[in-house]
Design a protein around this ligand. Structure first.
Ligand code: GN1
Ligand code: MG
Length: 354
């Protein structure tokens, strides 16, 4: 590790290097330097990302545009160059490493401590989308093709069921039945993307609450992180994925499903923050946001379930049924979103008429 660290231009000696954060793919470390500053060192998952140079090009271009639009250096990530002037390095094992400045004085939450926290994250993700409105989307590399193509996620699930390589299908029959029963409905966002009903925008695509840094004192949103999946997408993806994670009453891998439900107050807080911060969403986009919540939740469950059936090759797991537990929470939440559909629509009417 020391070898890698010395290849980046840092202002002082590194005194410690510790694992950091809660990502399921990249490996992340936080460095503490002798001058009191901190940096983030990350190796980018080669299982998830097959074009890391393209991904890093996106990263550099997007952070440049964001930095131009904000006076506060803490409002956007910055890549720290290597000594020979590159944005990343490849080590002797073929691993890709990048260094970022650490957003000092910030907190990153695994669940909102109040609706205000969640509102703040909504403002951050909405503003992120607005700030990238003028970005030439066709210059972005598609870092994971068909990332939120839900019908494609279902095709992969079906293939995993058919192969049953790890003999796990028998342990997941009710989850499989739940997912397949919703396959037809789950394709509507992709259909509206394909037929042009919904406009393509530059979206973040991984809008978990823990991908926003809040100021530890004011609790105002500072900065959106994890830019690996910034790609052309739908407003409903970012809205929906944020609801999936932050408006759930339980953690993504909670085993006690009675604890998992949709918190309508959190839903309202997010809608109130996201919609005005995005600005200029079309009527069809506004209508698609609740669908985004339902479909992103279902899709994430389908992805966890597929990975479980395929022997946990994508998401990192702490135990053998971890991905199955994750799939279960997503399906429980999706069912609760269905049950609360009329309440959700009423909140949307309130928020958009306010
Ligand atoms: C992955 O690694 P992390 O936590 O940022 C995944 C997201 C999932 C999420 C589920 C590139 O994100 O799509 O929603 O796990 N990222 C990728 O927690 O697949
Ligand atoms: Mg991510």
């Amino acid at each position: 590790m020391e070898d890698i660290i010395t290849k980046f231009v840092l202002p002082a000696r590194v005194v410690s290097c510790d694992p950091w954060g809660n990502g399921h793919l990249n490996r992340t470390f936080r460095l503490a330097l002798a001058d009191g500053s901190h940096y983030i060192l990350q190796s980018v998952s080669r299982t998830a990302f097959h074009d890391i140079p393209g991904l890093m090009e996106n990263f550099a271009a997007v952070t440049k545009v964001l930095a131009e639009q904000s006076a506060d250096p803490r409002a956007c990530l910055h890549l720290i160059p290597t000594r020979d002037g590159h944005d990343y390095l490849i080590d002797e094992y073929g691993e890709y490493w990048r260094m970022l400045d650490f957003v000092e004085g910030s907190v990153c939450l695994q669940s909102p401590e109040s609706p205000e926290d969640f509102y703040q994250s909504a403002v951050a993700f909405g503003s992120f989308q607005r700030m990238l409105r003028g970005f030439p989307a066709d210059t972005l590399h598609e870092t994971i093709p068909r990332f939120h193509d839900t019908p494609d996620r279902y095709r992969k699930l079906r293939a995993a069921i058919a192969a049953d390589e790890y003999g796990r299908v028998k342990d997941a029959s009710s989850e499989i039945a739940f997912a397949l029963a919703r396959e037809k409905d789950a394709g509507v966002l992709q259909k509206m993307r394909d037929d042009g009903t919904l406009p393509l925008r530059v979206t973040h695509n991984d809008t978990k609450l823990n991908n926003v840094m809040l100021d530890e004192k004011t609790r105002k949103a500072l900065c959106v992180i994890d830019l690996d999946t910034v790609m052309p997408g739908l407003a409903a993806y970012d809205f929906g994925d944020a609801i999936r994670f932050g408006a759930s009453t339980a953690a993504e891998d909670e085993k006690d499903l009675s604890k998992v439900s949709l918190d309508l107050e959190m839903f309202r807080a997010f809608a109130r923050g996201f919609i005005p911060a995005c600005g200029g969403l079309t009527g069809a986009e506004l209508d698609s946001l609740p669908l985004g919540a339902k479909i992103m939740t279902l899709e994430c469950g389908v992805r966890f379930l597929t990975d479980y059936l395929e022997g946990d090759s994508y998401f990192s797991v702490a135990y053998s049924t971890h991905n199955l537990d994750r799939a279960r929470t997503q399906f429980k939440l999706a069912a609760d979103i269905e049950a609360k559909w009329e309440d959700i629509l009423a909140i949307m009417r309130d928020v958009t008429n306010a």
